[in-house]
Design a protein around this ligand. Structure first.
Ligand code: NAD
Length: 296
């Protein structure tokens, strides 16, 4: 099948590469030369525009930074006109629930179909094809998406109607943000109490302190391969993206009258971290703010 893929960054690049490995022809587009070079090396056919990517495609995926990018791209008249009639468009970016719901109206109005299908599992999950998909939209459209999502995911959940994929993602990532802060504070405390980092990590993983943030992102060098602390916080999940997700959670909290004090506290710390130049670095660099390394 011919898959159009727009947004070949830290997540989209390896996800598209897995579709190539599964035998699909993937036509990709990204504004970044670095991202397109990596994707080309993984077998993605790089084209010069999003319109070129989608022309004649069987399915379209978008994996872009935020709702504004997704909305601008998927409401572009030239792009919608280039799509074969009734094409399934799947957005896997993390965006506002309201923007996703708007696209569920606008894209069918242009004669196509839409799923909001954000993912969890980080860049490691993207590379290893073990992401979790949370999908909002029709069950029949999800059935059609399955041959593609199954290649990229360990699990695919249908979480309900339009926007419910994003709703699940936002609630999930709010827990991730709070667990990240807890993991950073615990790592600092454990070290200052004289505990061996690897031993503490191994025991916490099988104890009540366990979380995905702990297992995958433990912010002490040399403890777990997948942690960005081993690569000077390059790649991974940017502080700015985590801030975006927690901002979406606070927005959802406001619209539902839900008190989210802990998420708000993490937003405050991550905002301070970004102000110190760590916005594009992996969000586990929060450990450096919390341990005082960035003071003075
Ligand atoms: P990224 O910044 O690495 O990649 C986004 C890519 O989109 C960039 O390469 C950028 O050049 C490209 N882009 C922006 N506007 C474009 C346009 N108009 N046309 C074509 N390309 C365009 O971000 P990422 O880490 O890959 O995240 C992508 C999405 O996935 C975000 O919504 C993020 O919240 C979500 N997400 C990220 C992770 C993670 O661990 N990084 C995990 C789950 C979900």
């Amino acid at each position: 099948m011919t898959v159009a893929w727009i947004g070949l960054g830290n997540m989209g690049g390896p996800m598209a590469a897995n579709l190539v490995a599964a035998g699909h022809e993937v036509r990709g587009f990204d504004l970044s030369e670095h991202a397109t070079e990596l994707a080309r090396a993984a077998g993605v056919t790089i084209v010069g525009s999003a319109v070129q990517a989608v022309a004649g495609a069987d399915v379209v995926f978008t994996m872009l930074p935020a709702g504004s990018h997704v909305r601008a791209l998927l409401t572009d008249e030239a792009l919608l006109a280039a799509l074969p009639a009734n094409t399934l468009v799947i957005d896997s970016s993390t965006i506002e629930i309201d923007t996703a719901r708007e696209l569920h109206q606008l894209i069918p109005a242009a004669g196509h179909r839409f799923l909001d299908a954000p993912v969890s599992g980080g860049t490691f999950g993207a590379a290893s094809g073990t992401l979790t998909f949370m999908v909002g939209g029709s069950a029949a459209d999800l059935e059609e998406a399955k041959p593609y999502t199954d290649v990229m995911a360990g699990r695919v959940f249908h979480t309900g109607g339009p926007g419910n994929g994003q709703a699940a993602k936002i609630a999930n990532n709010m827990m991730l943000g709070i667990n990240l802060a807890a993991t950073c504070e615990a790592a600092i405390l454990a070290e200052r109490l004289g505990l061996d980092a690897k031993t503490f990590y191994n025991l916490a993983m099988v104890s009540s302190g366990d979380s995905w943030a702990l297992r995958t992102w433990y912010p002490v060098p040399g403890v777990v391969e997948t942690a960005a602390v081993n690569r000077d916080f390059e790649g991974g999940f940017a502080t700015n993206l985590m801030l975006k997700d927690l901002g979406l959670a606070l927005q959802a909290g406001e619209s539902t009258g839900t008190n989210l004090d802990f998420a708000a506290a993490v937003v405050e710390r991550l905002t301070a971290l970004a102000a110190r130049g760590y916005g594009a670095k992996d969000c586990t660099s929060l450990v450096r703010l919390l341990d005082g390394s960035l003071d003075g």
